[in-house]
Each structure stands twice: as C-alpha cells, then as structure tokens.
Design a protein around this ligand. Structure first.
Ligand code: FMN
Length: 448
C-alpha cells in the first residue's frame, strides 16, 4: 500500500491521474481555480507558487477510482473495505526520531507560517489563507485516546490559527481541557499518506483512534513518532507537522469561509491554536483541499456510506449498495439500491437512513437494476417507478444540518422517495429495454 504521500503522488502520475503545473500560479484564487477545474479528473501538483519554493498538491483523492486504487480494491468494494477496517482497527507502532522522515528539519523559533508555507486563499469571500488539509491529532485529556479530524484553519498571525470545531470528538476533548483552564496539545499533520487522510474522516464512537483505522486500511501498523513540544504522536512519514496548543478561554474572529455545501460559513469568534514548533521533511510538499470539490466531498462520503450501509443492512438485509450523491453535497442525499423481497422494505430502508445520520435529508430507494452512481439512471427510476401520493413520505421538523441554509438553524424536513417497482407488478411492464451485445461493442472498431 502507499505508505507516504510521495509514493501515492508517483502512483497517480504513473496512472495518468496527475497533472503538473510548471507555470507560476498565484496562491490567492488562481491555485484554487486551477485545482477546481481539474477536480474529479486529475490531481494537480503546482511546482511554482508565487513567493514560495515549496510545491503544492491538490485533488489527490478526487475520484472514487483514485480512492479505490489507494485502498487496493475495486470501486464497488470501497465502502465495505472501509467498514471492515473501522470494525478491525490495527494498533500503531512508535518508531525513533532518527528513523522518521518528518524529523529531517526541526524549527522551534522565529517562524512565520505565512512566509514558510504556501497556504492558498480559495474562495472570493474567504477571510484569508486557510490550511485545509491538516489532520489535527490530539489526545483525550481524561482517557489519553488519540483523535484525528480535519478542520479549516485560518492563519491569524505568524504562529496563530483560528479553528472551526463542530460539536464532535475534538470539541468534547477541548471542553474537558478548558474546564480545567488547560490548553489542549495538538499536532497538525500536512501531507499524510492517502489512507490516513481518508481514515481521519471515519465516523466513530468517542474513544476510537482513527490512526488505527488507517493501520487497518494499510494492513499493517501505522508508524508514528513523538512530537517535540507536545505529548502527541504523528505519522512518521508525513511531509509537515505543526505542533501547538488550543488555548483555553480564548476566542478570536474566524471566517467567513467557503464551505462544502457551496455557501460561506459566517465569521464568528472561534478557538485559537498557537504553534510552537514545525517539523518537516527536507523539501516538503504542501497539500491543500479546495472546499466543496469532489475531493472534499468524497473524503466525507466514503466513511459515511460505510456507516449508512451497515445501519440500513440491519434494517433491510436486501440492501445492495448506498450512495451519498455529489449533488447532495455527499451528505444530504442518499440513494439506496435494494433487492426487494418484502413489500414496504423501501420505506424501512428510508427510516434506517434517516436514523443513521442527522445530515441525511432526502432518500431515494431504487431496485438493483438501477445504477445508483449514475444520476440519470436514478432520475429515470423516479420518473417511471414513483407516484408521489403513494411513494413519497415527508417528515417535518427533524434534526438536520446547520450548514444547510434552508434549515431553521438545523431543524429540517426529511423526504423519502420510493422508486422501486411494486412486488406484484407484471415483470414486463418494468423491464428495462436492452440491445443484446450492447455492453461488448467497442465503438472505435466500427467508426472509420
Ligand atoms: N469538521 C469541523 O468540525 N470543522 C471543520 O472546519 C472541518 N473542515 C473539514 C475540511 C475537510 C477538507 C474535511 C475532509 C473535513 C472537515 N471537517 C471539519 C470534518 C471533520 O474532519 C470530520 O467530521 C471528522 O470525522 C470529525 O472527527 P471527530 O468525530 O473525531 O471529531
């Protein structure tokens, strides 16, 4: 498996999934614009960013195909492989500083994040440059268990970052530290291997170390090394690590920032991290994730689909596959394929999906002959297998997602669409037309 970002970048290049930009780009908007144009097709390596010598990569996991290849499975197996890794974590292995590439350079004083790192500004109304692809690693102050998550980080000063922490695991850990007026020690890891990046997005109960899920995805323990100034361990093969502290009782203005639902998250007072040391490889590579790109959405989608699949399977064993669609920001719209055995199962699948996550807002259930990764096919099923008065359910006033601007501060309606064929219907009425041999035709053999 690809144990480093570098080996993954080489693989992307070999497979034709990587474009190199030699021309100088402006870190303000231009870099993000180019990365977004390539999004969903290619990763991009920017070799010359104005004002910096450090290269920048974006889009390193921006298609399902890339994610499948990083995991060493087919696209159809991605979700079950992730679910399996989450269920069978592999403990990490600590290695010595001398063996850890991320310790090749250690900088403790007089650093300025802005001049050191080519941190881009992505969207028009973003408050400034943001670090968007750092894995924040911290330990629970009570249990000592590690947690990994990605957060938008606004550069507020030479060694100061503002952070958005939604009320999940890191937030609870920070609250515990703050109650005792203690800082929370953190490490920000930029340029981890692709599977560790993906594992960081696992939706787990508290007390699960996402780095152990990364180990399970790799099929071997992830190698970690101790930080210099904080009691946190980080992936030893990463490109760059920023060590610092989340300060108790301190809030400063952060935002606005263009977010995954393609709207701006507003400015407000947020917690602050002070960076005390930087360690990195020689000639490190900086990584950025442009918000709302396929890469951003897919990183969240795969672990969510893994959880969704398992919960729906408990309710409806006939479930075949689930998809959180990009048009639904990979969060709000679920399409579920079932091999219906009992009338009404489509509705049970909807209930399970709604119960699995507050984010899921609209669910479409289709039969197994529909390609749930093809939005045209899904729409065809809705168009030809659904009658609204019978097949649509609406639930008002449930808990949803605050970043959905149509919600009432997170209070949201839910809708389920049953686009499956009734079990008793005559088979020929709903038989998809088919030309024998169509799949095997290679058009280039026929066209002149
Ligand atoms: N979660 C946040 O709370 N704040 C953020 O600013 C944030 N930005 C993200 C940016 C990217 C590119 C990605 C992929 C995810 C982001 N997330 C953010 C989501 C969390 O990283 C993710 O939900 C994680 O699983 C939370 O981990 P936890 O449950 O262990 O706290």
């Amino acid at each position: 498996s690809y144990r480093t970002l570098r080996s993954w970048l080489e693989a992307l290049e070999t497979r034709g999934y990587m474009k190199k930009v030699k021309r100088e780009v402006d870190p303000v908007f231009e870099l993000a614009a180019v990365a977004k144009k390539a999004d969903g097709q290619w990763a991009v390596k920017f070799e010359k960013v104005r004002g910096y010598s450090m290269p920048v990569v974006a889009g390193i996991l921006s298609t399902r195909q890339m994610i499948a290849e990083a995991m060493g499975v087919s696209i159809a197996e991605v979700v079950t492989k992730f679910a399996g890794a989450q269920a069978n974590p592999v403990p990490c292995r600590l290695i010595n500083r001398e063996q850890a590439p991320v310790k090749e350079v250690i900088i403790r004083d007089h650093f300025d994040l802005v001049s050191m790192l080519p941190i881009p500004t992505h969207h028009e109304k973003d408050a400034g440059p943001y670090i968007t692809a750092a894995l924040l690693i911290a330990k629970d102050p009570l249990t000592g268990v590690r947690n990994v998550s990605i957060h938008r980080l606004q550069v507020l000063g030479p060694n100061k970052l503002g952070i958005l922490i939604l009320p999940r695991h890191l937030w609870h850990m920070f609250q515990k530290a703050e109650e005792n007026d203690q800082p929370l020690e953190v490490a920000l890891v930029i340029g981890a291997d692709p599977l560790t990046l993906l594992a960081s997005q696992a939706i787990t109960p508290p007390g699960v170390d996402e780095l152990e899920i990364a180990g399970a995805l790799h099929g071997e323990p992830l190698q970690l090394v101790k930080c210099e100034t904080v009691d946190v361990e980080v992936p030893a093969h990463a490109e760059i690590v920023l060590e610092g502290r989340l300060l108790p009782g301190v809030r400063e203005m952060e935002g606005p920032f263009g977010e995954y639902p393609k709207y701006y998250g507003p400015a407000s007072k947020k917690p602050v991290i002070v960076i005390e040391a930087v360690t990195c490889r020689r000639q490190p590579i900086y990584q950025t994730i442009v918000a709302a790109t396929k890469e951003h959405l897919l990183l969240g989608a795969i672990p969510r689909e893994a959880g969704l699949f398992q919960i729906v399977k408990q309710a409806v064993p006939a479930v075949q596959a689930v998809h959180l669609t990009p048009g639904g920001t990979c969060r709000y719209h679920a399409v579920i394929a079932i091999d219906k055995k009992n009338e009404g199962e489509a509705k049970n699948a909807m209930f399970a999906a709604f119960a699995s996550s507050a984010e899921i807002k609209h669910v479409v259930v289709v039969d197994k002959d529909v390609d749930i990764f093809n939005s045209e096919d899904v729409e065809w099923a809705i168009a030809t297998r659904c009658q609204a008065s019978r097949d649509v359910i609406i639930i008002s006033g449930a808990h949803g997602n605050k970043l959905d601007p149509s919600s009432d501060d997170g209070v949201s309606d839910k809708m389920g669409i049953d686009a499956t064929v009734p079990l008793g219907a005559p088979a020929e009425r709903f038989e998809k037309i088919k030309i024998p041999g169509f799949e095997k035709i290679r058009l280039e053999e026929y066209l002149g």
